[in-house]
Design a protein around this ligand. Structure first.
Ligand SMILES: NC(=O)c1ccc[n+]([C@@H]2O[C@H](COP(=O)([O-])OP(=O)(O)OC[C@H]3O[C@@H](n4cnc5c(N)ncnc54)[C@H](OP(=O)(O)O)[C@@H]3O)[C@@H](O)[C@H]2O)c1
Length: 289
């Protein structure tokens, strides 16, 4: 496992484990525990996934079993839009995530979307960061124009921007803006999120065969090799292990270019985020009373 240093000096693992849509609590607990056993140290959840409690349970179990210490883990969660209404609601959201996870501190907390009053929400996150409740704060789904305005305005520059990044949506422009501000890119849907069917692509299969690896491993490796933190999800133990087994080979510069040539220039989100109906759905979605 490799690590990358964030803009406040702390280290984040280059690969983590995501639990989006793993709504069944037992399945979530079991797969997080499988992931920690397989060597993952970063776990990515969100208040809106409604499984923070199951993640917390798995973390406590892993520590109790002696697989790792709490300090070796890097637990990320995200504030949902509902709580980005004002400073006080955002402050309460940090405490609610800590309570649901059963943790004394979070390693990372992200603004899930650039929606509602995300500046007030950020001030609450900055204060929680200063108070030691969160070791690093970041954002998610901030496109280059939004990220630029944000970084030119706020006091604490986000440590991370978690956006959709895979060979079909490479977002080189977004990576360039992140680098300019020292924001580490983190890929959601690094395997394409169940879309695009990369596993049947002949070019990817050829590169996979050349390295004795699977297509999944090839596209995960491609992202980390361009400096992107990845958080693949699977609920199957064999895939959880397969997805972690990407640290013993290197793609050539030609292979990197070939994989990047699959880029379509748009993905699941850059389409959705520009759709008023999607924004309205997020703004009105309630995850608590
Ligand atoms: N910030 C945001 O707005 C945002 C949005 C989306 C996601 N995320 C985060 O990013 C994480 C990853 O994104 P994601 O969950 O959407 O998608 P993903 O990790 O790209 O893909 C997950 C899908 O790929 C399958 N899969 C996993 N490993 C595989 C392998 N080796 N071979 C073939 N298929 C495989 C999984 O099925 P099985 O489970 O059946 O293996 C699942 O259907 C999420 O879990 C979440 O933590 C954040």
């Amino acid at each position: 496992m490799e690590y990358v240093k964030l803009n406040n000096g702390i280290q984040i693992p280059m690969e983590g484990f995501g639990v989006f849509q793993v709504r069944d609590k037992e399945e979530c607990r079991r797969s997080v525990l499988d992931a920690i056993r397989a060597g993952y140290r970063l776990i990515d959840t969100a208040a809106s996934y409604t499984n923070e409690d199951a993640v917390g349970e798995a973390v406590r179990e892993a520590v109790a079993e002696g697989i790792c210490t709490r300090e070796e883990l890097f637990i990320t969660s995200k504030m949902w839009v509902q709580d980005m209404e004002n400073y006080d609601m955002a402050s309460s959201a940090v405490d609610a995530s800590l309570k649901a996870l059963g943790l004394e501190y979070l390693d990372m907390y992200l603004l899930h979307q650039a929606m509602k009053d995300y500046f007030s929400a950020w001030r609450a996150m900055e204060d929680a960061y200063r108070a030691g409740k969160i070791r690093a704060i970041g954002v998610s789904n901030f496109y280059p124009n939004i990220l630029t305005n944000f970084c030119e305005t706020v006091r604490v520059i986000p440590a991370v921007n978690q956006v959709e990044l895979h060979p079909y949506f490479t977002q080189e422009d977004a990576l360039k803006t992140m680098r300019e501000y020292g924001v580490v890119p983190e890929a959601w849907a690094p395997l394409g999120g169940g879309r695009y069917n990369p596993f049947d692509n002949e070019m990817l299969k050829g590169i996979a065969d050349a390295h004795g690896k699977s297509v999944g491993q090839i596209i995960l490796r491609w992202n980390v090799q361009r400096g992107v933190v990845i958080i693949p999800r699977s609920t199957r133990r064999e895939r959880i292990e397969e997805n972690m087994d990407i640290w013993d080979f290197v793609l050539t510069p030609e292979e990197m270019t070939q994989i990047g040539s699959l880029d379509m220039g748009y993905g699941d989100t850059r389409t959705k985020h520009f759709d008023p109906d999607f924004v309205r759905m997020c703004v009105h979605r309630k995850i608590h009373d």
